[in-house]
Design a protein around this ligand. Structure first.
Ligand code: NAP
Length: 311
């Protein structure tokens, strides 16, 4: 199959003069993904395939938007008739403050990845956790409730993932983050999910740790699934977020990064005999749920999946 062209990337300067350029577009652009970096995003490819499959005459674009530009950008998207946005790093948490409304999950999670623009209002939702749960079932044939999970990262994506794992009553959740205080804050938000009588030997069911090798090493024998929800690995030259030598063959390793088929972490996992999967299936399922929120109809999963595997 011919490789599709990467999406054109717009920025805040393009948005400021959107009126003029929009008039020249054959198909109106009404949806987009915002973040920085954004060049690697496969969301335009996947959502444009979905729009075409459903014969919706609208386009989905990519916009490089920094946290400082977000307020202005959201106003410009509204003024220019946009209907929905996906939000990616580093905007998922800051965007919460700029919404007119949040749905129930987004309120609990404290991060959003989906904005619906309706009746002059921006409504924030979070579909990352849903996408994550589906992806884990699809890739490893297990449910979150049966897993002891080591989640690396405590940013916007990690908030959705951790909330979903906690809500599913996973056996154990350890959040490891470079800035340890952020892992501690995230764990605090989830404590009520782990208050029940389930006991798991000497290790705690919910824990925050730093990213030191010694701390990670003590966790590995007591976890089944390792998840990378940091951007480390987006560049092929990055070192794996945790050193290959701490990984063990019993692990399932899920890297939310999908830009590289074999991310540095997945290569390290493979070398240690552990099973691994990249974030493409999470991207698919979080995108499908966002499509359903925006369009009120079932997402064309097969068309979206085919677009991703060609991308
Ligand atoms: P974010 O809110 O900016 O959070 C980034 C996280 O990564 C923070 O915990 C940060 O730690 C950590 N981090 C950043 N650079 C690091 C480094 N050099 N070493 C160690 N830790 C580092 O970003 P996000 O929105 O959560 O996105 C994170 C990643 O998830 C992105 O790569 C994105 O592509 C991926 N993602 C994939 C999907 C999917 O559908 N497959 C969905 C969502 C996100 P500090 O707190 O110490 O700064």
């Amino acid at each position: 199959m011919k490789k599709p062209r990467p999406a054109e990337v717009f920025d805040i300067a393009d948005l400021r003069k959107w009126n003029k350029s929009a008039a020249k577009r054959k198909v109106p652009m009404r949806f987009g993904v915002i973040g920085d970096p954004i060049e690697h995003s496969l969301s335009p490819l996947m959502h444009n395939a979905a729009l075409r499959a459903c014969r919706i005459e609208m386009e989905f674009g990519a916009f490089r938007i920094s946290p400082a530009e977000l307020g202005e950008a959201l106003a410009l998207f509204q003024d220019n008739g946009f209907l929905g946005l996906n939000v990616t790093l580093p905007l998922k948490r800051v965007a919460v403050e700029l919404m007119d409304e949040l749905d129930e999950d987004a309120t609990q999670i404290g991060a959003i990845n989906t904005v619906t623009i309706r009746d002059g209002k921006s409504i924030g939702s979070n579909t990352d956790g849903f996408g994550f749960a589906r992806a884990i079932r699809e890739e490893f044939s297990v449910d979150l409730r049966d897993l002891r999970i080591l989640l690396i990262g405590a940013g916007g994506a990690a908030h959705g993932i951790a909330y979903e794992a906690a809500r599913a009553h996973c056996e154990r959740l350890v959040v490891a983050n470079r800035t340890r205080e952020r892992a501690e804050e995230l764990v605090k938000r989830l404590q009520h999910f782990f208050a029940g009588p389930r006991v798991l030997g000497p290790v705690s069911r919910l824990q925050a740790i730093g990213l030191k090798e010694s701390e990670l090493r003590t966790q590995i024998p007591n976890v089944d699934l390792v998840v990378n929800s940091t951007p480390v690995g987006l560049n092929r030259s990055d070192l794996p977020i945790l050193p290959g030598r701490v990984l063990e063959p019993h692990l399932m390793v899920f890297d939310t990064i999908y830009a590289n088929q074999g991310t540095p972490l997945l290569e390290a996992a493979g070398a240690m005999g552990a099973r691994g999967a990249n974030g493409a299936s999470m991207l698919l399922h979080q995108g499908a749920r966002a499509f359903e929120i925006w369009h009120g109809q079932e997402a064309p999963l097969a068309a979206m999946r085919a677009a991703l595997s060609a991308g």
